[in-house]
Design a protein around this ligand. Structure first.
Ligand code: PHE
Length: 337
């Protein structure tokens, strides 16, 4: 038994094989165990001799098993170390550096411009009440102009804001009808529009509001033209067209001329040569008084612009959906140091 067992142990190559050998000889039904079990049938004289011999065999098998186990473990360890070794002399893979999203950069650029003119930056809720989104802006229920902005309603009284203009009313209420207001509010807005190259059901707006004594239309025009020049450079023209918003009177829309260019990415203006980037006007007296400002004492102007359109115009981007699909090849072009 001993010889046979030791040969098998020497030949074993895996832990499993060793385990099988242990069971075959030393296990409950193992052959050495059988010898020990059979001792009862032996004579008194034979017993100690056979017992000692069997014990020696057991010890020798056990020792051999232990030795082989240690050998195998060492082998496995060596193999693992070899497989997992790292060649520290190999050149490293380049680390890709991220950067701000184009939309983030544009919003920050616009913010900086207005901060420079004394505006504070505010943020408001995207889930808005019907009151602030419409009523406080002189759009009572059933007003036909509500159709200008198809809305996502959540309940009868709660919707996703269709513009950032609710922040006009919210900010005026916060300033309690006494302090001048000079703020811009960037944020996401939502409309039930069909997505195409120039429309998206979710987009960004930046609201602006300036309320004080003696604010005039010429102040609005001056502010917007400074903005346009700083943003686009002197080679672009702006034009103000008379327009209608229920919360401003008079109301205007501002277009910017497209850069003359040829080929792909130059059709932002769709052939007209102009793209609308902003709506504005003098705050309607009703909007002022609903928010606690006496229209006999205070006046103001407001504007709302779309940063996506501004970026499209500035960089000749042909499709608003590029802002949201996060194609890294598109985004990378706007990562400057
Ligand atoms: N809220 C208007 C829109 O979303 C834009 C606007 C803002 C117009 C402020 C006038 C004054 O179209």
């Amino acid at each position: 038994i001993q010889k046979e067992a030791l040969e098998k142990i020497a030949a074993a190559e895996t832990m499993n094989e060793l385990q099988e050998i242990r069971i075959a000889y030393l296990g409950k039904k193992g052959s050495l165990t059988a010898v020990l079990k059979g001792m009862g049938k032996l004579s008194k004289e034979e017993r100690p001799i056979v017992g000692e011999a069997a014990n020696n065999v057991r010890q020798s098998i056990t020792a051999s098993l232990e030795e082989k186990t240690a050998q195998l473990e060492e082998k496995m360890m060596e193999k693992q170390l070899e497989e997992e070794s790292i060649d520290v002399t190999l050149p490293g893979r380049p680390v890709r550096v991220g950067g701000p999203h184009l939309l983030t950069s544009i919003v920050e650029e616009i913010e900086d411009l207005f901060i420079g003119m004394g505006y504070e930056v505010k943020e408001g809720p995207e889930v808005e009440t019907d009151y602030f989104n419409f009523e406080a802006l002189n759009l009572p229920k059933n007003h036909p102009a509500r159709d200008m902005q198809d809305s996502f309603y959540i309940t009868n009284e709660i919707l996703l804001r269709t513009h950032t203009s609710p922040m006009q009313a919210r900010t005026m209420l916060e300033y309690k009808g006494v302090k001048p207001v000079k703020m811009i509010c960037p944020g996401k807005v939502y409309r039930r529009d069909t997505d195409d190259a120039t429309h998206s059901h979710q987009f960004t707006q930046i609201e602006g509001l300036y309320v004080d004594k003696n604010v005039r239309m010429s102040d609005l025009k001056g502010t917007l033209s400074i903005f346009a020049k700083k943003m686009f450079g002197e080679d672009r023209e702006i034009r103000l067209r008379p327009s209608y918003f229920p919360f401003t009177e008079p109301s205007v829309e501002m277009d910017i001329s497209c850069k003359v260019c040829h080929g792909k990415g130059c059709n932002v203006c769709k052939g007209t040569g102009w793209i609308e980037i902003l709506g504005a006007g003098m705050v309607h007296p009703k909007v002022l008084s609903m928010a606690g400002y006496d229209p006999e004492v205070y006046s103001g102007f407001a504007f709302g612009m779309g940063p996506e359109r501004i970026a499209m115009l500035k960089y000749g981007i042909d499709d608003i959906r590029r802002f949201y699909t996060n194609d890294i090849r598109f985004l990378k072009q706007f990562h400057h140091a």
